[in-house]
Design a binder for this molecule. Structure first.
Ligand SMILES: Nc1ncnc2c1ncn2[C@@H]1O[C@H](COP(=O)(O)OP(=O)(O)OP(=O)(O)O)[C@@H](O)[C@H]1O
Length: 515
């Protein structure tokens, strides 16, 4: 372990090689929120540099300052030694070779993939006129160069899945072969296979001398990819290191330390069945049986795309089953709509906070209270006092927005804090069955830990929890039992805690090995 220095990187590196990016003494506030304070950051050409920090630490804000989307209130920004602090124009930065992929995808939804890819640099004929007919082949060539064969360049961006949109956004950024490439949580929406794909291209750019900067809440990725890591806390640079263990990183990011990454599974499920599913056919599911008991955390594992999402959506009434029965507390029920599901005491907490859950302009309090309003209404009035107490307690428990007012609009929160709001909303309801679908995506390590503990507490209260995560490790550690889905069926059942994620992976691909 070599600690390069705990000094601010901009000072530390002055006088050495020309830096690709250098920010020093940067302040930036949004209304009363000081997102960056005296922030410093420096990255070299030919390195992959991870920017780590809790939700709300200021990573996205720093990225927006670096790429010229917003202006710093104070401080300087240099790109390859040229001061650009006064230029607030992403196009000017792009001309200097800085390309950025943002957390909120910036594809234009009504345009095709080809138009999005070639918006800035369309193919032109001899007279300089845009060759509309040339768009398709040019886009196909670019996608082909990056080995992307499952996206049609003629498809409209809005019709793509979130992961596909992210891939197009990344191809658009990579294809310019930028000297500085900045990726804000590029893997949050990607499947494992796509993460590998991206990692390969990031390394290629680095090896060709570009400076690659990225953010991630997955330590595994940072460890595997980054040459150096910078940690931010509360809008300020805390450390820049060549190597860093996860435990140290979490302590630096949050100021607290953890004995272990996962809490011990101490509860035992009750005997009674809370939810029984027989012969479920829906989407990719071809005859799934399961029995979820009260107080049980039942993991749903398997490679991505084996029907996990279909299972969750169908149980929540958001997708229609072709066949099968659902029994709740021993009684057969028909769940034809999300209303039916909510009435039956089922809550679904999704990972895609923007598409599936939040009213962005409304306050944190209103968003969290949305699912419980009917319960606490007396004669049509919202009991504001009761609401404030209930919301306040869950906000504290998940440390949403660092103790600031719950009257703030949700769209002023960082991405991870928005995810916590979705989670809080459903946890406040009386739901007896919780369908938790990849709820820790884009959430920082300390909060993940809070969520794990919360899931344990909810199970201890007797709630029945169906748990899916794109991080198989979580399923291996948190669940009493794990069902492994393969091609729409339960291929294996493992007693938990499984402990070793490899066992779940092995069960997911067993058939392929056997073949
Ligand atoms: N447009 C805005 N209006 C008000 N506050 C904002 C705005 N953008 C960011 N903030 C606030 O600035 C702080 C830093 O947010 P930022 O998005 O930079 O964090 P982050 O480190 O990228 O977090 P995450 O990992 O959750 O994406 C947060 O407190 C956030 O609520």
């Amino acid at each position: 372990m070599t600690e390069t220095s705990s000094m601010a990187p901009a000072q530390q590196e002055s006088g050495s090689q020309t830096l690709a990016v250098r920010a020093s003494g940067v302040d930036r506030a949004f209304g009363g929120v000081q997102a960056l304070r005296d922030a410093s950051f420096a990255a070299r050409p030919g390195e992959i540099h991870a920017l780590a920090g809790e939700n709300g630490a200021g990573k996205s804000t720093l990225i927006k300052v670096l790429c010229g989307l917003i202006k710093a209130d104070r401080g300087t920004v240099e790109i390859f030694g040229t001061e650009v602090s006064r230029v607030v124009e992403p196009a000017a930065r792009r001309r200097m070779g800085v390309a950025t992929a943002f957390q909120e995808l910036s594809l234009l939804p009504d345009l095709t993939v080809a138009e999005n890819l070639l918006l800035e640099n369309p193919p032109r004929g001899r007279l300089g006129l845009v060759k509309r007919r040339g768009l398709g082949p040019a886009a196909e060539e670019i996608l082909g160069r990056y080995g992307v064969d499952d996206i049609d360049p003629r498809a409209t961006a809005a019709d793509l899945s979130v992961a596909q949109r992210q891939v197009v956004e990344l191809v658009r950024v990579l294809a310019g072969e930028p000297r500085v490439v900045i990726l804000d949580e590029p893997t949050a929406a990607l499947a494992d296979r796509q993460v590998e794909w991206l990692a390969g291209h990031m390394r290629q750019l680095r090896d060709a001398g570009s400076c690659v900067i990225f953010t991630s809440h997955r330590w595994r990725e940072i460890e595997a990819l980054a040459d150096r890591v910078t940690v931010f806390r509360n809008g300020t640079h805390v450390a820049t290191r060549d190597t860093l263990s996860e435990a140290e990183a979490v302590t630096l990011m949050s100021g607290r330390s953890f004995a272990g990454a996962y809490p011990e599974l101490t509860t035992v499920p009750q005997r009674e069945s809370a939810l029984r599913v027989k012969g479920l056919h829906s989407g990719r599911l071809h005859g799934v049986d399961l029995d979820l008991r009260r107080g049980e955390i039942l993991g749903v594992g398997g490679l991505a795309g084996q029907g996990q999402r279909d299972l969750f959506l169908t149980l929540f009434g958001a997708q229609k089953a072709r066949q099968g029965t659902i029994t709740l507390d021993g009684k057969a029920v028909a769940i034809r709509s999300t209303k039916d599901a909510i009435r039956a005491g089922i809550a679904y907490v999704p990972e895609d906070r923007k598409a599936e859950g939040l009213f962005l302009p409304l306050s944190i309090r209103d968003n969290i209270a949305a699912a419980t309003l009917s319960r606490r209404n007396t004669a049509g009035f919202v009991r504001r006092g009761a609401e404030r107490t209930a919301v306040g307690s869950i906000v504290d428990q998940l440390s949403i927005g660092k103790g600031r007012s719950t009257n703030r609009a949700v769209d002023t929160l960082s991405g991870g804090n928005q995810q916590k709001v979705v989670m809080a909303r459903w946890l406040l309801t009386d739901a007896r069955i919780l369908l938790l679908f990849d709820v820790t995506r884009g959430v920082d390590a300390a909060t993940k830990h809070d969520i794990y503990e919360l899931v344990g507490k909810l199970a201890a209260q007797g709630r029945a929890i169906l748990y899916y995560s794109s991080e198989t490790e979580e399923i291996a550690h948190l669940c009493h039992r794990v069902l492994v889905l393969r091609e729409g069926r339960v291929a294996a059942e493992l007693a938990g805690p499984v402990g070793d994620a490899e066992r779940i992976v092995a069960a997911s691909i067993k058939e392929n090995h056997d073949a």
